[in-house]
Design a protein around this ligand. Structure first.
Ligand code: HEC
Ligand code: HEC
Ligand code: HEC
Ligand code: HEC
Ligand code: HEC
Length: 220
């Protein structure tokens, strides 16, 4: 029996099939990275908020410390977003009739939470903990960028697994003396105060900082 010959055009078809088979896994990875967990990696994500609260004004110009409002960063996994009462400490006097602050006054009067929209949002299967980082001490700036210059908060870093692990393998350049943890612009040598020579090494040694890279550290 004569050997069956595939016509010429099927060679081209085979090349395409090979490409699809080889390209499949790559496509899947891309799908997982960008399709399944879009929230975590959206650099620049900047949702509207019910009140145009400005960090550039309050944390920048007025120089308020982050912990005045985000009270739990040193002792809990979750960084608390302030209730209306915190705002009313000042806004029962300052700009007390401002239209912009009406939702805050309403929440305060009804003793209800303000409905802020979450900016940073890791997938549920990832465990993150502020307390561990803030006490270690990694600055807010390292993970959230120049919040003190943001009129409206946006996500500065892609919160990928690679990003977490890169620092866990070598945290030294990111560590600060604990009193500098909320300072902004601290990594810029032209600003004052700024990171001192060997600060990371000193802190790491003194506090025995050694982040884990076991899967169960972040997936539990
Ligand atoms: C006067 C209170 C106040 C101060 C001070 C303050 N914040 Fe905030 N912060 C808020 C409020 C209210 C929100 C929620 C609304 C928004 O996202 O703008 C928020 C949101 C955030 C978010 C986004 C949270 C999310 O949903 O992912 C980050 C990050 C943040 N603040 C970091 C900081 C840092 C860093 C500092 C210090 C440099 C700081 N904040 C100082 C009140 C404050
Ligand atoms: C330590 C005092 C203080 C606290 C606490 C504070 N603010 Fe303010 N806020 C100010 C000052 C001062 C101004 C600027 C007033 C001016 O422009 O004259 C201001 C201005 C504002 C404005 C602009 C109002 C307008 O009509 O121009 C908004 C909106 C605002 N704050 C929201 C908030 C929210 C939301 C919170 C709570 C998360 C908060 N503030 C907490 C002091 C404070
Ligand atoms: C090592 C990186 C890192 C550092 C340092 C860090 N954050 Fe965060 N922050 C994150 C991540 C990641 C999320 C999102 C957590 C989630 O979705 O579970 C987040 C979320 C937040 C939120 C929203 C509430 C929450 O917990 O999900 C606020 C507010 C916040 N951070 C403020 C701060 C402040 C203020 C500091 C400094 C005192 C700080 N962060 C330091 C990485 C960091
Ligand atoms: C810039 C550096 C840096 C980044 C980025 C970072 N980490 Fe960490 N992480 C640390 C340091 C430092 C510690 C503290 C280690 C120690 O105390 O020995 C730590 C500790 C932890 C712990 C241990 C908490 C505990 O209870 O033991 C968890 C969980 C964790 N990180 C999760 C994450 C996740 C998830 C991300 C990414 C979303 C992340 N980290 C990004 C530096 C970082
Ligand atoms: C320091 C924290 C950290 C450690 C350690 C870690 N992961 Fe992750 N992992 C993350 C974060 C954050 C994400 C979410 C990334 C995103 O949304 O893009 C993630 C996502 C994943 C995903 C979902 C697919 C993907 O890529 O988005 C898998 C699977 C995974 N991790 C497996 C592992 C395994 C296996 C290990 C141990 C070898 C491990 N992780 C160790 C932080 C960590």
């Amino acid at each position: 029996m004569a050997r069956f010959e595939f016509p010429e055009w099927t060679e081209t078809l085979k090349k395409w099939i090979n490409l699809l088979v080889l390209g499949g896994p790559v496509y899947l990875i891309v799908l997982i990275a960008y399709g399944v967990t879009p929230e975590a990696i959206r650099i620049g994500y900047q949702p509207d908020q019910p009140v145009p609260y400005s960090h550039a004004l309050h944390a920048g110009e007025l120089g308020m410390d982050c912990r005045y409002c985000h009270t739990t960063v040193e002792r809990a996994a979750y960084a608390a977003v302030p209730p209306a009462t915190t705002c009313m400490n000042c806004h029962s006097q300052v700009k007390k009739d401002s239209e912009l602050l009406a939702p805050i006054r309403a929440a305060f009067a009804q003793n209800e939470p303000v409905r802020w929209t979450k900016v940073h949002d890791l997938p549920d299967y990832v465990y993150f903990n502020h307390q561990a980082h803030v006490n270690a001490a990694v600055g807010c700036e390292t993970c959230h960028g120049r919040i003190d210059q943001m009129v409206k908060v946006y996500q500065a870093k892609a919160l990928t697994m690679e990003w977490c692990i890169n620092c866990h393998r070598n945290p030294t350049p990111y560590l600060r003396e604990p009193e500098n943890v909320t300072k902004m612009g601290y990594d810029d040598p032209s600003s004052s105060p700024h990171r001192t020579e060997g600060e990371g090494e000193r802190v790491q040694k003194k506090n025995g900082v050694k982040p884990n890279v076991n899967c169960s550290t972040c997936h539990r």
